[in-house]
Design a protein around this ligand. Structure first.
Ligand code: ADP
Ligand code: GLC
Length: 489
């Protein structure tokens, strides 16, 4: 065995091929960080119809086979298409019946068969390629069945020698359906459904629950979230299950890819900048942002950004409750996101009520996201829960001060501003209350307006903060090593 482990990542999205949120960022950045440290990494992904053609054109055909799946033994096509980028090998699983629809998710009814197939096919692909990893590192509910298949259907096969890690990026999504539906699509033996492995109650099964039970180790994306999910409030119904498995649960905070997010070289910015020219060039980026979005062009305005999925998780009911009070004549708000109609509608309304001062960009737009991170003064992340959160990390790297609620990874990555010592990285509040969010925004604006020297020093501190993957990648390596039999001790 070489000193460096072989790791197979299994997950449902990965930047730049397909991304709906932070999972896509992690599936991109962590393998790259591991490869830089000398590990061998393959990333196994579905080949979605919605993946941009320019990436499809780079794929190389590796072979195909038929795989049985369902309770009645129906067979499904598994094609393998491969690409290598910066030392990471990406194996895309092709099956048009499952993956040609959606963006990439459709709805649970179709997504459950799709990810039963994917979780099993990932292991079959590793056997087919004769590339046997030390650890299969699975991500979220879509890959949660992989550890189950590994110990059951694949136990006697070459890949059965691997160990498994299952990472929780977001416990809210679990892959719940009727026991019969799951039994049919997984084709797993009856005894797994007799025991409480998947069972939620007499009718309902839960894919994530089963995966968590079978994985050799469970990780989640911050230490605080690892604790929180063992409680009623954050546990999404799985808190007792996670508490029961707490010995194998570990929190490792995410980083960001500091090459992808580098304000000094970012080609999407009109004025790139480092810590030395942040003040003047941030002002230029702000003016460009204002110009592009039809806001009053004035670099003296306090620009508050929000880049987010527009869902309950992100604390948007708090923003909605105090939106009008948050605005004053010197403040502008820029929202970029898509999601629940309720929030999309609310932000559109605020834009129409405050033209020139508020802009609601209800869309997914990578390049506008870069401009907001660079041009805004502060970024709001008032989440109800936040396993890690990447937007506050990107913001800090771009010298934009985060305003966050102290939960999950937000709590672990943003040190609150201390008015005595003038230290800290951002502004924070604890209880989930709109009044506290309002107060925190006002406190941030006050420092910005009345104590600019301290604000500017905070901007510099944020840019200096190490938000790279290096420390966390090493923690994952230690975890992988602890799972390799002759590496222990
Ligand atoms: P989550 O995974 O819960 O959505 P994260 O903070 O971990 O939250 O990651 C969100 C990622 O998605 C970040 O890279 C952020 O910049 C990006 N993002 C979110 N919404 C949009 C959008 N509308 N347009 C562009 N990028 C977005
Ligand atoms: C999830 C979480 C987010 C986390 C991301 C990547 O989507 O909501 O907090 O940063 O996964 O781990």
């Amino acid at each position: 065995m070489s000193n460096h482990p072989r790791i197979a990542f299994v997950g449902s999205e990965c930047y730049p091929f397909i991304k709906t949120g932070g999972l896509g960022d992690v599936m991109y950045a962590l393998p790259r960080a591991l490869v830089r440290e000398g590990d061998e990494v393959r990333v196994i992904l579905p080949l979605y119809g919605c993946m941009p053609q320019k990436y499809k054109d780079q794929l190389e055909w590796k072979g195909s086979f038929m795989m049985d799946l369902t309770q009645d033994g129906r067979e499904f096509f598994v094609g393998i298409m491969e690409m290598s980028r910066d030392g990471v090998i990406y194996d895309f699983i092709e099956n048009r019946e499952f993956f040609d629809w959606g963006n990439p998710y459709t709805g649970l009814w179709e997504d459950i068969p799709k990810y039963c197939y994917f979780a099993k096919a990932a292991l079959a692909v590793l056997n087919y390629l004769e590339w046997i990893p030390d650890v299969v590192h699975c991500h979220d509910w879509q890959a949660a069945l992989t550890p189950v298949y590994l110990r059951t259907r694949f136990a006697g096969t070459p890949v059965g020698a691997a160990r498994s890690v299952l990472t929780i990026h977001n416990l809210r999504f679990q892959g719940r359906c009727s026991i019969d539906h799951l039994k049919y699509w997984t084709g797993l033996p009856q005894e797994l459904f007799d025991y409480p492995v998947f069972k939620v109650n007499d009718q309902e099964a839960n894919m994530f629950k089963g995966g968590l039970a079978y994985a050799d180790r469970i990780t989640t994306v911050s230490e605080t979230y690892a604790q929180e999910i063992q409680t009623d409030f954050y546990g999404e119904g799985l808190n007792s299950h996670l508490w029961y498995h707490r010995e194998k649960l570990l929190g490792i905070v995410n980083g960001i890819d500091v090459e992808q997010w580098d304000s000094r070289t970012d080609p999407l910015l009109p004025a790139a900048y480092g810590r030395d020219n942040v003040t003047e060039n941030k002002a230029k980026n702000k003016r460009e942002l204002q110009r592009r979005l039809g806001l009053q062009e004035d670099s003296g305005k306090f620009v508050l950004g929000l880049v987010s999925r527009l869902t309950d998780q992100k604390g948007l009911d708090l923003v909605d409750a105090v939106f009008q009070q948050m605005l004053d004549e010197n403040t502008q708000v820029v929202v970029l996101g898509t999601g629940d109609a309720r929030y999309e509608g609310a932000f559109r309304y605020y834009e129409s009520a405050h033209r020139g001062q508020v802009c609601a960009c209800i869309m997914y737009d990578e390049s506008l996201a870069h401009l907001i991170y660079a041009g805004a003064d502060a970024l709001m992340v008032p989440s109800l829960f936040e396993p890690c959160g990447l937007t506050q990390l990107i913001a800090m790297r771009y010298g934009t001060v985060p305003i966050v609620r102290e939960t999950g990874g937000l709590k672990d990555t943003v040190a609150p501003y201390n008015y005595e010592t003038k230290e800290g990285n951002g502004f924070t509040f604890d209880r989930y209350e709109a009044g506290l969010l309002l107060d925190t925004v006002q406190r941030a604006r006050q420092v910005y307006e009345e104590d600019r020297a301290s604000w500017d020093r905070m901007v510099q501190r944020d840019m200096d903060k190490d938000v790279s993957w290096i420390h966390s990648a090493r923690q994952y390596q230690a975890l992988y090593d602890s799972l390799r039999p002759n590496q222990e001790g």
